[in-house]
Design a protein around this ligand. Structure first.
Ligand SMILES: [Zn+2]
Length: 87
């Protein structure tokens, strides 16, 4: 009797399984960055650092770095913020 009462209480308190609307940003380490070209997350210490218009960007591979250097306006806002940066 006591056990079933406890079970009922716990069930009532358990949150319903959340429907994952989008990947939780909170899981990502604060230091991780995102490739401005393909949007892939890059762990600290990984990726390639490139300088462009006086700012530094980290891309995940040379293909992305080539794209960014070739056509920066496609991936960067006029102020230099990557277009896919989280607001
Ligand atoms: Zn990339």
């Amino acid at each position: 009797m006591l056990i079933s009462a406890l079970f009922l209480m716990t069930s009532a308190l358990s949150p319903l399984p959340a429907i994952p609307a989008e990947p939780a940003a909170a899981v990502e380490p604060a230091a991780a960055t995102v490739c401005p070209v393909c949007g892939k997350s890059i762990e600290p210490g990984q990726g390639t650092k490139i300088s462009l218009r006086g700012r530094e960007y980290i891309v995940d591979d040379t293909a992305c770095s080539d794209q960014l250097m070739t056509d920066p306006d496609k991936f960067l806002e006029p102020d230099g913020t990557p277009k896919n940066a989280k607001k």
